[in-house]
Ligand binder design. Structure first.
Ligand SMILES: Nc1nc2c(ncn2[C@@H]2O[C@@H]3COP(=O)(O)O[C@H]4[C@@H](O)[C@H](n5cnc6c(=O)[nH]c(N)nc65)O[C@@H]4COP(=O)(O)O[C@H]3[C@H]2O)c(=O)[nH]1
Length: 806
């Protein structure tokens, strides 16, 4: 228990409120007491004064008649006795009797130092007539009254003061014990309150009873503790939010995509490391700038602003902008990036800024441009290929329709090219094609187009013709340039060409028919005896004689069992181990000899004969694969080529399933090779059929990749397992660095899409090393084995058992 002095000191220091309260209470009670005491004393004083007045009135009423009688009777003795009687009364100190007419009797003494009060009355003899005898003046001393008043004042003041003091102390103690010390505890708690001790609750030094809990202090304590808990929760939530934000900002900062965050006015607020890496702009230096005005060059900025204006409009209208942009680095170097721009919205859906994600797609773009070039131009001659030629033809026809002019379409085929190729070799064949292309081009005007359709076929488009004669002149000029010899392998070789001409609009008004007519005319020219040209004539509408013959022979080929399957192994590039086999169709015709598929498959497609032929191939290939499986115990899959026409046949999936069922070959042992051309048809049915086949477990591969559009998008959207790089690229990987980088890019891209890669046409060991090094999964080509008839392939299997089983 602390000493009283300490308690007082602590009370005075620590409780100024109590101290001030005490002073105020004391002052108030003192004033109150003083006023009430003053009122009390004054009323007592008034009472005493009026008692003296009453006493003097009693003297008047009691003594006036007896004094008048004594005076009338001139009884001096009685008069004196009576006056002495009056003087003996309390407080009466002086009597003056004035007797008429001029004498006076005085008794007592008027005190000098004290206050007095006087009362006079007349003494009258009452007879028939009233007779005034004199007047008595009584003087009373007020000294006693005043003394009494002083005494009372002293007593009242003392008692009231003590009472007040006691009451005040009691009140203060009560206030201090029940309120003030708790307020001090609360003040100390509030002073020490910080985020570090949020877990410590506020507790008062008093019993935890229901009454205490529900009184005002209890309510304040519970409110403070609730506030503390809420604060605790809020801080916990804030810390969690902050951790989340830190995580997200790290993710954005380290994102492999470049990230720009702009405010609502498209001023940059943030740029991540990748953005700096990609563009060379310092993240801090560009804050506040518009993403379209980063370059120092005004011209570039204008161009970029224009783009950003349309981006802004689309983001506002559609909510997102996505596209490929040819951006500029700080160094001025241009690069391609894929941008996605989206608004950032707050909880109310209000746009608060914009997010710009960028990805460097320069490599892909370069590759696409390379592929696009290859898709549109013939690699060997640099001329437009079939695809581009057809586009140009359509454009020329559209223009001719508008201008009412004519267009000449020429189909050229080199005579005896196959023979030259076979005898002088492929390189000589290539040189011949390049030179032929140059000579044809030299005969044309700038507006004309010359294209290589494939093999030794060329197409010439002559827009703005004045009549058929002008096309004849061109044809003659071409025949003329062909008359000079070619130097192939150091030898002079004479090569001629046959030209078929069809004219728009007189021969046909659509591009497909015009081409057919020019083709028919070309056959006619060949029949004429080569180095000739022929204009289309309606009687040529029927396909050429040869083609007709071939068609009728092909129709019977199935019945006559003239078709045969050859098999070529596909091996694992790294180990050389057998992976599967490709089935390749051959036609053994007694009249035409061994016909290669490139010669008859297009006609089979055109005539629809490919459907029964393809069915036979599927049945045959599955059956053969199953028999090897039975014979060797190995899973040897078989790859079968499927042409677009087969795919379009509604019964195609049924045919495939039937072949599998009939043979007993597991579904995943059959691989269907589909050309890019088919996928570019892009009909919904194609996608649906591919999905059906894929879900049946059948393997799907893209054949001849690189020769068509090579659009990467379809690889992503269709369920392919394998991609076959066309042999034309593989064959030159050791000679052409372009082809090597293309093959490398295709392998990387296919792997990144989860596809296996087969390299076709591997002929040399060096190619296998290159492919191995580039991680190409599978290889196929003469280096491993040429396509073999079934029995020869079986003996290959036996003799290469090590390879097969390794
Ligand atoms: N220069 C060279 N060539 C090699 C080498 N290795 C393989 N080849 C040839 O490359 C072609 C590969 O088949 P493809 O690209 O599917 O190209 C095939 C395929 O598109 C088509 N084809 C073949 N059989 C069928 C079939 O049953 N149905 C359909 N629809 N098309 C078929 O005919 C095309 C040509 O077939 P083939 O003449 O048998 O020609 C085969 C094969 O003999 C090599 O190392 N060097």
């Amino acid at each position: 228990m602390p000493k009283l002095s300490t308690r007082i000191q602590r009370f005075r220091k620590g409780s100024p409120l109590s101290f001030r309260l005490l002073a105020w209470i004391l002052l108030f009670i003192s004033l109150f007491t003083l006023i009430t005491s003053a009122v009390q004393i004054y009323s007592d004083y008034r009472k005493d004064i009026s008692q003296i007045d009453r006493r003097m009135e009693v003297v008047e009423s009691g003594y006036s008649s007896s004094l008048a009688r004594s005076l009338w009777a001139l009884d001096q003795k009685l008069l004196q006795t009576q006056m002495e009687g009056i003087l003996s009364l309390p407080d009466i100190v002086h009597l003056r009797l004035r007797i008429e007419p001029d004498s006076e009797l005085v008794m007592g003494e008027i005190p000098r130092d004290s206050e007095t009060t006087s009362h006079s009355f007349e003494l009258v003899h009452q007879g028939d007539e009233d007779f005034k005898l004199g007047e008595l003046t009584i003087t009373a001393d007020l000294d006693r009254v005043y003394k009494e008043m002083e005494r009372k004042v002293a007593i009242i003041l003392t008692t009231q003061f003590l009472k007040t003091l006691l009451v005040s102390i009691l009140i203060i103690w009560i206030f201090q014990h029940f309120v003030a010390r708790h307020l001090t505890t609360m003040a100390n708690y509030a002073r020490d309150f910080s985020l570090k001790n949020l877990s410590r609750p506020l507790i008062l030094d008093r019993p935890d009873t229901h009454t205490n809990r529900t009184d005002e202090l209890g309510k304040v304590i519970s409110a403070i503790n609730q506030m503390r808990e809420r604060l605790n929760e809020d801080i916990g939530r804030q810390e969690r939010d902050a951790a989340e934000i830190r995580k997200f900002s790290k993710a954005i900062e380290q994102s492999p995509s470049s990230v720009l965050i702009c405010d609502r006015q498209w001023h940059i607020e943030f740029a991540n490391q990748k953005f700096t890496q990609l563009t060379g702009y310092d993240a801090h230096a560009i804050v506040g700038k518009h993403p379209g005005s980063l370059a120092d060059n005004n011209l570039e900025n204008r161009e970029s602003r224009h783009l950003w204006q349309s981006i802004r409009l689309q983001v506002q209208r559609v909510g997102v902008w996505q596209g490929e942009v040819n951006s500029i680095r700080k160094s001025g170097e241009r690069f391609w990036e894929q941008l996605i721009v989206t608004p950032i919205k707050d909880g109310n859906g209000e746009v608060t800024g914009y997010l710009i994600l960028g990805e460097d797609i320069s490599i892909r773009k370069r590759y696409e441009q390379q592929l696009l070039r290859q898709a549109n131009y013939d690699i060997l001659t640099g001329l437009p290929n079939r695809m581009l030629a057809l586009d140009r033809l359509k454009l020329a026809l559209a223009q001719a329709r508008r201008e009412n002019s004519q267009v000449g379409v020429m189909f050229l085929d080199l005579d005896n090219f196959k023979h030259i190729n076979d005898t002088l070799g492929h390189d000589a064949g290539d040189t011949l094609l390049i030179e032929a292309a140059r000579r044809i081009s030299s005969c044309l005007r700038g507006t004309s187009t010359v294209a290589r359709l494939g093999g030794d076929e060329f197409l010439v488009i002559l827009p703005g013709l004045t009549g058929p004669d002008s096309s004849s002149q061109v044809a003659e000029r071409i025949l003329q340039t062909f008359s000079a010899p070619y130097i192939l392998n150091g030898q002079e070789v004479f090569v001629t060409t046959s030209i078929g001409i069809a004219i728009f609009p007189s021969d046909s008004d659509n591009s497909g028919t015009l081409l057919q007519h020019a083709d028919a005319a070309m056959y006619q020219a060949k029949h004429k005896g080569k180095s000739a040209y022929a204009h289309f004539a309606p009687e040529m509408t029927e396909v050429s004689h040869e083609r007709l013959q071939m068609e009728s022979r092909m129709r019977r080929a199935l019945e006559l069992n003239e078709f045969e399957l050859y098999f070529q192994p596909i091996v694992h590039t790294d180990s050389g181990r057998l992976a599967s086999v490709e089935a390749l169709l051959r036609w053994n015709n007694p009249a035409m000899g061994m016909v290669m598929p490139d010669r008859f498959i297009p006609l089979a497609e055109e005539t629809g004969l490919i459907i029964p032929i393809g069915e036979w191939v599927l049945e045959e290939a599955c059956r053969a694969a199953y028999s090897w499986r039975e014979a060797t115990g190995l899973d040897i899959g078989v790859a079968v080529n499927v042409s677009p026409r087969q795919f379009r046949d509604p019964g195609f999936t049924g045919t495939v399933m039937h072949a599998l069922k009939n043979s007993g070959l597991p579904h995943n042992q059959l691989e269907l090779e589909i050309t890019e051309r088919l996928i570019l048809d892009n009909s919904i049915e194609t996608a649906e059929i591919l999905r059906q086949l894929d879900s049946a477990g059948i393997q799907l591969s893209v054949d001849d990749f690189g020769t068509g559009y090579s659009a990467l998008s379809y690889l992503k959207s269709y369920p392919f397992d394998t991609l076959k790089i066309d042999k034309s690229f593989v064959q030159d990987v050791m000679k052409e660095s372009d082809d090597a980088s293309l093959v490398r890019a295709i392998i990387n891209m296919a792997h990144s899409l989860g596809l296996k890669v087969i390299a076709e046409g591997v002929e040399e060991e060096a190619q296998t090393h290159f492919l191995k090094q580039e991680g190409c999964d599978l290889s196929q080509g003469y280096f491993y084995s040429r396509p073999l008839p079934a029995d020869e392939f079986e003996s290959w299997l036996r003799t290469n058992q090590r390879v097969v089983q390794a």
